[in-house]
Design a protein around this ligand. Structure first.
Ligand SMILES: *[C@@H]1O[C@H](CO)[C@@H](O)[C@H](O)[C@H]1NC(C)=O
Ligand SMILES: *[C@@H]1O[C@H](CO)[C@@H](O)[C@H](O)[C@H]1NC(C)=O
Ligand SMILES: *[C@@H]1O[C@H](CO)[C@@H](O)[C@H](O)[C@H]1NC(C)=O
Ligand SMILES: *[C@@H]1O[C@H](CO)[C@@H](O)[C@H](O)[C@H]1NC(C)=O
Ligand SMILES: *[C@@H]1O[C@H](CO)[C@@H](O)[C@H](O)[C@H]1NC(C)=O
Ligand SMILES: *[C@@H]1O[C@H](CO)[C@@H](O)[C@H](O)[C@H]1NC(C)=O
Length: 495
């Protein structure tokens, strides 16, 4: 008996220590997480053609604009590259976007590759841009979303660096963004009007305010929760949904998100969100909307819990923004969480290619600049050309898979793709275990990137022509006769 009691106690002590560590880690990653270098995460039209970031300037006319784009040092290409391209003619229409389309001819031909020296721009004739017709969905309709109000709590610098990401899904939509800038009281030099102006120039209706002044400084996680009060304060009669997000919550399309929200009755108390995709996290934190996936409260639910905000803050056992929200909703209302398929907390680390090459159509994406790194806003920019075609898949011949916006992958071994079950997600990410069975399972085993899978991953997009730049890095070379240089495949979309 005693032993049992002791072991239970020590287990709950371990749990407390673990939870505390997690909170520290989560808070630290929200606050001090690697801030994103602007140049890498901003799309084409923002590119500074700053000489310092380029290779030596060449006389005008010596190098075609196509190659000048590749000469930018931020792409970190080797001096010589192997270059090829295809010109995509989108055939727009209504059809099942989730069906993997087979195309019998190859995507690119080995004899249509040219070596280019990026320092001198020396190259033989550039390969022809052979046309390729692909069936894609219609672009998203232009709509106004004045009934959506989003809230985020973060520091000034991270908000500045997140402009490209917020612009992708908010620009020109009429949806409102409210930001609590948590360091604005300590640092009076931070100019919140300038930050609002920066967002306004990108077409985002944004309001940034310092946190409410309190006797004791309160942790960022509390500000995250207190957003509910701030949002209600600036909401209007039109406001139906309050969306609480992290600064790295990304929606590929506000249209798709809104279509999902329409399925629920915003005149009633409704709480929408996603569990963690990692069941161990669900066991630890409970049945709740994990914050980074994006959480939506109907206005009536927000009004029910707002008067209890202070007591929820002081009584919540888990002091994270999403944990306090869970506690508050469960102790003051009869509303339960409705899990929305497609919202993603993305508690995954390392190589997430298995997920992005699986044909998924995520409503939200998270942790893409911390736990794993992918240029998500650039990847998703193709939605401007063909709507729901982001991550749509095509198979070429028997060995090539194209996951739009993410990668072009060659499977050289055995029967190529014929041996691979493309309906399953490849378990490339960490940790590997049963914790993903309930969210992504059954997984197929990861291939060896060195020998079984040769990937060209999207590194940049030139939005003026809509060119996607896919790169196979020299360091990832897997064949003896390769490894001397990076290889570039460019897909030029007719717009
Ligand atoms: C495409 O080919 C794969 C096998 O490589 C097959 O499983 C799939 O059913 C094919 N898709 C269509 C639409 O025919
Ligand atoms: C490109 O490939 C096609 C088909 O193999 C070939 O006919 C054509 O000559 C190639 N063009 C160049 C410039 O290599
Ligand atoms: C590329 O061109 C430059 C300038 O002509 C030359 O110095 C360099 O050796 C070339 N690089 C390679 C890898 O051939
Ligand atoms: C803050 O930014 C606004 C807009 O850019 C500007 O008009 C104002 O002068 C700035 N205020 C200070 C104190 O720098
Ligand atoms: C509500 O917003 C107004 C400005 O619109 C502001 O003056 C007031 O302090 C806010 N109240 C709260 C409780 O945040
Ligand atoms: C794949 O297709 C090509 C021609 O389209 C053929 O030459 C090759 O043998 C096929 N590979 C396998 C493994 O079936």
């Amino acid at each position: 008996m005693r032993i049992k009691v002791l072991s239970q106690r020590s287990r709950s002590l371990r749990l407390v220590v673990f939870v505390t560590l997690c909170i520290i880690l989560l808070t630290a990653s929200r606050l001090n997480g690697p801030s994103v270098p602007k140049a890498i995460f901003r799309v084409g039209k923002h590119h500074s053609h700053d000489a310092a970031r380029n290779r030596p300037k060449l006389p005008p006319g010596q190098c075609s604009p196509d190659i000048e784009f590749l000469r930018r040092l931020e792409l970190q290409l080797t001096e010589n590259i192997v270059y090829t391209r295809r010109c995509i003619k989108p055939i727009r229409g209504k059809f099942d976007r989730d069906v993997l389309t087979n195309i019998s001819h190859p995507l690119v031909r080995p004899d249509n590759r040219t070596t280019v020296n990026l320092t001198s721009c020396a190259h033989a004739a550039l390969p022809p841009c052979e046309p390729l017709s692909l069936k894609v969905p219609m672009p998203y309709p232009q709509r106004q979303y004045k009934h959506l109000l989003f809230g985020v709590a973060t520091n000034y610098e991270r908000m500045q660096n997140s402009l490209e990401s917020f612009a992708h899904w908010l620009a020109g939509t009429g949806a409102q963004l409210y930001g609590t800038i948590i360091d604005a009281n300590q640092n009076k030099k931070l100019n919140l009007s300038a930050l609002e102006e920066l967002y306004r120039q990108e077409g985002i209706v944004a309001t940034f305010r310092p946190p409410p002044v309190t006797a004791q400084p309160i942790p960022v996680e509390h500000h995250h929760f207190m957003l509910i009060r701030e949002l209600l304060n600036i909401s209007s009669d039109e406001t139906k949904w309050l969306g609480i997000v992290d600064d790295d919550t990304f929606f590929p399309s506000l249209y798709d998100m809104d279509e999902e929200l329409k399925r629920y009755d915003s005149r009633k108390p409704v709480w929408l969100g996603a569990l963690s995709d990692d069941f161990d996290s669900v066991k630890l934190w409970g049945f709740m909307a994990f914050g980074g996936a994006g959480t939506f409260l109907s206005a009536p639910l927000a009004r029910q819990i707002e008067p209890h905000a202070e007591s929820c803050l002081s009584s919540a056992p888990a002091q994270t923004g999403d944990g306090i929200l869970k506690h508050c909703i469960y102790t003051h209302t009869r509303t339960k969480l409705t899990v929305v398929d497609g919202l993603h907390q993305h508690d995954l680390r390392g190589d997430v290619s298995g997920l992005f090459e699986s044909g998924v159509r995520p409503l939200s994406i998270h942790h893409w600049k911390s736990w794993y790194r992918e240029p998500i806003p650039k990847m998703a920019s193709v939605t401007a050309v063909c709507g729901d075609c982001f991550l749509q898949r095509w198979q070429f011949g028997n060995d090539t898979l194209f996951a739009n916006g993410y990668s072009i992958t060659f499977y050289p071994e055995g029967n190529g793709l014929r041996d691979i079950d493309l309906s399953r997600i490849e378990g490339t990410f960490r940790p590997q275990g049963n914790e993903y069975d309930f969210s992504y399972g059954p997984l197929r085993p990861a291939l060896q990137p060195e020998t079984q899978k040769k990937s060209y991953k999207l590194v940049d997009v030139d939005v003026t022509h809509f060119r996607q730049i896919y790169v196979h890095r020299k360091s990832d070379a897997w064949q003896a006769d390769e490894g001397a240089m990076d290889e570039v495949i460019e897909l030029v979309w007719e717009v």
